[in-house]
Ligand binder design. Structure first.
Ligand code: SF4
Length: 619
């Protein structure tokens, strides 16, 4: 770092990584982001940043950024002008539209204004119902679950409220990995306010070590049954909050064979522990129920979303003054994508279906925007087949991702540090994103690219700027109605207010988990890197975790006489990965963990969207 602090131009914006939405201040010199620091006067992160937000910004200045459009000619990607690239995109989409149609798959890091224009582009110009954002079925699943029980698809409370809760339940979520600064909020609630923390998960984590945390360690993929059993117990014992709630008798009947005693065998969680945890939640005044969602949680996501929402009703969490149900999206603007309904409608394919359709020859074009499904979606072989098979592939991104290998046109886009607009974080806080640096080379913002494509279709998508788009996008997001773009201050604005009341409270029964038995099961998830699309191009996270690994718990390590750093083979679903061993203490016997970020190692060669995958381990 060569710049002196007084030489830097400071720009307040929002971290581009996860749905926590921490505010950051960029230090800019000569059009380059030299520093990122916290600003404790802004936002809700109280001056806290995690390692990704604090040290993971060098990807912005990376030499690997795409700086020119490219078109495939005679089998090779060659530099092109914007005019040539947009012509190629529009004629490709028009041709595809007259054949089997276009699928559009976006990442979760577009601004709200960009999502809104994308929606218009899809509906009015490209004319396709096949639009989805990262996470596909998983996001749709969780939100379907919440919408049918509560009539909303968003967290009902805010982060500062969590600190004041008496009891917190975290379901299948390791916030220290996925949303580290939110992890600190939970830490504060436990340490400062003596909140009772209850964890339902297949592995231990940093939360487990907090004072009087109660961990219900469940067999892989069985958290759903534990939550169902809690609901069953509260209903059977008359401990449930049922005033104004629909479907009480139906749920009672449907869960009659999911008692804590019956579920204990399936999940490995002691029946008395399930009962005492449920009782604690029902008896506490302010309860927060936390659910992180993202790609590794796609199996039974709708059921888990529904069960969590049922429990949030029965424990009174959604009605409590300080608590609520928290739905923490994986990417910086996952919540904005939900608010603006960047999800397939009834007639559209979701992300996974889109890829299946492409590989079955049922789609004529795919448009990937800030999304690299080859690395970050389940079942790599299926994704590659889809990208190879689809006749026309457009990739709009900031790096040459693995998905670019099959692209017909590549459009260079911009990072969060070059964007102007708003993101909405996991607590519904709409915050201003401001550009600190210009786009590198000829790269353009997603906003500008959507306008260019629409213009070439003969449609107008020209606005004076994000404020004008924000004024119009309110028609898609009713919660945003009362918010003025120019009045979004340093703390942002929480749409729907601090306590978002459910539209209704309707209990919906869901079947329990369907666990598989195997000597070893593999789970995947986030470990420092998040999805890796940005952070594996950043020096900070790369220095801390340079290569992929397979993690074992102490019992398995002793039984297999494993040494840290040696290489083992992990085989499952007909694929094999050779990975370095990492020894830890958080995994129970029989469970191994492989992070899902590293493109080359490709855990998604094995992982196909299951909660856990039976695997064989050999030296
Ligand atoms: Fe960025 Fe999320 Fe870390 Fe906050 S918790 S600094 S938003 S990655």
């Amino acid at each position: 770092f060569k710049a002196r602090p007084w030489q830097l131009k400071e720009v307040d914006t929002v971290c581009g990584y996860c749905g926590n939405g921490c505010t950051v201040t960029l230090g800019v010199l000569n059009n380059k982001v030299e520093t990122i620091r916290f600003n404790d006067k802004n936002g809700v992160n109280d001056g806290n940043l995690c390692v990704r937000g604090r040290f993971g910004y060098s990807f912005i200045n990376s030499e690997d950024r795409i700086t020119r459009p490219m078109i495939r000619r005679n089998g090779r990607l060659e530099p092109a002008t914007w005019s040539e690239a947009i012509d190629a995109v529009v004629s490709g989409f028009k041709k595809a539209g007259s054949e089997k149609g276009v699928g559009i798959l976006s990442g979760g890091r577009l601004t709200n204004e960009e999502f809104f224009l994308l929606k218009k582009l899809a509906a009015n110009s490209i004319k396709t119902p096949h639009l989805d954002h990262s996470g596909g079925e998983c996001y749709k699943g969780v939100t379907v679950g919440m919408r049918q029980t509560l009539g909303i698809a968003a967290s009902t409370g805010t982060y500062p409220q969590v600190e004041e809760c008496d009891a917190i339940l975290s379901i299948r979520s390791d916030f220290y990995e996925t949303h580290p600064v939110f992890g600190m909020v939970v830490n504060q609630a436990v340490k400062r306010h003596d909140a009772q923390l209850i964890l339902v998960s297949d592995k231990k984590g940093k939360f487990t070590k907090l004072p009087h945390a109660q961990t219900l360690l469940s067999k892989p993929g069985t958290e759903l049954s534990v939550i169902n059993a809690m609901c069953q117990y509260l209903l059977a014992e008359g401990l449930a909050a049922t005033e104004g709630v629909e479907g009480v008798d139906e749920l009672k009947k449907a869960l009659s064979d999911q008692t804590p005693a019956k579920v204990a065998k399936l999940t490995g969680v002691d029946a008395e522990a399930i009962k005492s945890a449920a009782k604690k939640l029902a008896e506490s005044k302010n309860v927060a129920i936390l659910l992180a969602y993202g790609l590794p949680y796609s199996a039974q996501s709708a059921e888990l979303g529904t069960a969590a929402a049922n429990l949030s009703i029965l424990t009174g969490a959604v009605d409590s003054e300080k608590g609520g149900l928290y739905l923490c999206g994986e990417k910086a603007n996952s919540q904005g994508a939900l608010d603006l309904n960047i999800l397939p409608g009834d007639k559209g394919f979701g992300a996974q279906k889109m890829l299946e359709a492409a590989s079955d020859g049922k789609l004529s074009a795919l448009y990937l925007i800030g999304e690299d499904p080859v690395v970050s979606y389940p079942d790599r072989a299926k994704v590659i087949k889809a990208l190879e098979k689809v006749p026309f592939l457009v990739v709009q991104d900031i790096f040459m991702t693995a998905s670019c290998e099959e692209a017909d046109v590549i459009l260079p886009a911009t990072s969060f540090a070059e964007k102007d607009g708003t993101f909405t974080n996991a607590e519904r806080r709409i915050q201003r994103v401001r550009p600190g640096v210009p786009s590198p080379g000829e790269a353009k913002t997603d906003l500008a690219i959507f306008s260019l494509i629409a213009g070439r279709f003969g449609d107008q998508l020209s606005y004076t700027g994000p404020a004008a788009i924000f004024a119009e996008l309110k028609q898609e997001a009713p919660g945003y109605q009362a918010i003025e773009f120019d009045k979004i201050g340093p703390q942002g604005v929480v749409w729907g207010g601090e306590n978002l009341k459910p539209a209704f409270k309707k209990l919906v029964a869901v079947e329990g988990s369907k666990p598989v038995e195997a000597r070893f099961q593999m789970v995947t998830g986030s470990a420092l890197y998040h999805s890796g699309t940005l952070s594996t191009h950043a020096k900070g996270p790369l220095a801390a975790m340079p290569e992929p690994y397979v993690e074992f718990g102490a019992e398995d390590a002793a039984e297999l006489a494993l040494k840290e750093g040696e290489t083992v083979a992990v085989k499952g679903n007909g694929a094999e990965l050779r990975l370095k061993v990492k020894l830890g203490k958080r995994l129970p016997k029989g469970l191994v963990f492989v992070p899902y970020h590293f493109g080359d190692a490709g855990v998604n060669q094995i992982y196909r969207g299951e909660s856990s995958v039976p695997v064989e381990i050999s030296k």
